[in-house]
Design a protein around this ligand. Structure first.
Ligand SMILES: Cc1cc2nc3c(=O)[nH]c(=O)nc-3n(C[C@H](O)[C@H](O)[C@H](O)COP(=O)(O)OP(=O)(O)OC[C@H]3O[C@@H](n4cnc5c(N)ncnc54)[C@H](O)[C@@H]3O)c2cc1C
Length: 484
């Protein structure tokens, strides 16, 4: 295996932007979208210079916020005719720099936030791309239904962003990720025309499946049909507290080997617990705990109870210090509030967070977790890890201050070593956040040139002129020629 290329945690310099929008295009966009749909003032553009991975930045040439499907198509058509690259953006909660627009215009979907219909008989909903993920379940709740994938950011991120990154979430272990719950898409192509994509159930190819996970490089999802499922009759949640993360990792293996598949198996390490407990999301976890494992089972009353008792027995083999049952709905909500806001709580530990999203075979967790901690210790860095343990999807976060060049260099080296460990253990570089700009340099670690070229061909099929989110996901050919 070749050595990992160097990762620069602070990419801000690459974000400087001297390019300007052609005045005629600026005038046409402003006229078409009105003052609330078009931003070109430099100070207002700054709010859009990064997604949630703030180490990668780039000020866009302009920001467009179409409010209707017609405005969306007209915006893309105007950009296409002017030959100006554009980048789709939902809520900007992405963690891979995918929605960063360098020398490009942002097309933001947050005003396209209508639920177009809920069909309880067919158990589906049709929604615009800027609908916040949680709002789909809220609209389905009166019918006893819900939308399943639940990224920890579901109260802020959009369904369009979820489709583009094929989002997962704490409850995706049993029920699958976004691609398992999208039935059809309408997409605006990079020339402003539209396409209807289904899952291949009418014959032909699963074009919607190809689009899901394309990270905004194939076009803009303008309407999304999602599957709804019944709410479970019963949910059971418990928390097992351990001396360290490798014991918690061992408990995950014990539970799965006992033959139950909980809906969620999440690990939060001691550093994260202390940050959360010092924040408004405190859930009453002991701050001297090395790691907490959240286990959730659901189904009929009988199924949930049965799975829960098997899981409770299984974790004993890993020697928990304590096991706490969530006795009430508010106990359960407190545990999930702590887990889902862990990333925000890390802000208490330092100004910058370098977040990785590696996946490893879950049986490797007990061995790999202490090795990852050792890497951070050796580089004298603060590591905070919370992750979807059942999927082997790790989020080792390094908290640092990018204004200190020596820290930035050490972060760089540690990230490289951590990803190297994960890839060598049979894992990969991203589980759910996507490649965006952040993981671009690591793609050759997991894909050969023929596979990368196949991805480039697909990009060309959807986007022949290469103006839709250029330079993301697939690295340019080694010669530097061609378009990615
Ligand atoms: C605290 C926190 C917790 C998170 N937890 C999870 C988690 O549990 N699981 C998970 O998977 N992710 C998680 N994320 C990452 C992020 O929320 C998801 O990737 C989410 O899907 C991004 O949605 P967004 O609307 O913010 O998209 P953006 O950040 O705006 O964009 C993300 C990508 O999608 C593209 N895009 C956006 N909208 C469209 C569209 N309509 N059509 C085509 N392309 C589009 C953009 O070009 C970009 O490449 C978390 C992030 C944070 C900050």
């Amino acid at each position: 295996m070749s050595p990992l290329p160097t990762s620069a945690p602070d990419d801000a310099a690459a974000g400087s932007n001297d390019a300007r929008l052609p005045p005629s295009l600026s005038r046409d966009l402003r006229r078409r979208l009105g003052p609330s749909g078009f931003i070109e003032e430099p100070d207002r553009l700054l709010a859009y210079e990064s997604d949630a991975l703030t180490t990668i930045r780039g000020v866009p040439l302009a920001v467009t916020l179409p409010a209707t499907r017609d405005e969306l198509c007209a915006t893309v058509r105007l950009l296409y005719e002017a030959g100006v690259p554009f980048v789709p953006r939902g809520a900007g909660t992405g963690l891979a720099g995918g929605a960063v627009a360098r020398s490009a215009v942002l097309v933001v979907t947050t005003r396209l936030d209508r639920i177009l219909g809920v069909d309880p008989a067919e158990r589906l909903a049709v929604v615009e791309p800027g609908v916040v993920t949680d709002a789909i379940s809220a609209a389905a709740a009166p019918y006893g239904l819900r939308y399943l994938p639940d990224p920890a950011s579901a109260s802020a991120c959009t369904i369009g962003g979820n489709v583009a990154t094929n989002s997962g979430g704490p409850h995706c272990l049993k029920h699958g990720v976004t691609s398992d719950h999208v039935l059809a898409l309408e997409v605006v192509r990079p020339d402003g025309t539209t396409l209807e994509l289904d899952r291949g159930e009418s014959g032909g190819l699963d074009l919607a499946g190809l689009f899901i996970g394309s990270e905004g490089t194939f076009g803009i999802a303008s309407s999304i049909t999602v599957r709804l499922v019944p709410r479970p009759e019963a949910v059971r949640t418990f928390l097992a507290l351990f001396g360290g993360v490798s014991d918690a990792g061992r408990a995950v293996t014990e539970i799965l080997e006992a033959g139950v598949l909980p809906v969620a198996l999440e690990i939060i390490d001691g550093t994260t617990i202390r940050a959360v407990e010092a924040s408004v999301y405190a859930a009453g976890l002991p701050t001297d705990t090395g790691a907490a494992l959240v286990v959730e089972c659901e189904g009929s009353e009988e199924e949930a109870e049965e799975q829960m008792s098997v899981a409770l027995a299984a974790v004993q083999a890993a020697g928990p210090r304590e096991v706490r049952l969530a006795a009430t709905e508010s106990d359960r909500a407190r545990v999930w509030r702590a887990r889902k806001n862990a990333f925000g709580a890390l802000g208490r530990l330092g100004p910058d967070v370098m977040l990785q999203d590696a996946v490893v075979p879950r049986t490797e967790l007990p061995t790999l977790l202490p090795r990852i901690e050792e890497v951070a210790e050796r580089h004298d860095l603060q590591l905070a890890n919370f992750f979807h343990a059942g999927d082997g999807n790790l989020h080792p976060n390094i908290v640092f201050d990018r204004r200190d060049p020596d820290q930035a260099r050490r972060v760089n080296a540690a990230c490289r070593e951590i990803l190297d460990l994960c890839v060598r253990a049979g894992g990969t570089i991203t589980g759910e956040h996507g490649v965006g700009l952040d993981k671009l340099k690591f793609m050759p670690l997991v894909f050969g040139e023929p596979e990368l070229e196949a991805m480039r061909s697909l990009k060309r099929a959807f986007d022949p002129t290469g103006i839709c989110n250029p330079g993301k996901v697939v690295p340019s050919p080694p010669s530097g020629g061609g378009r990615a």
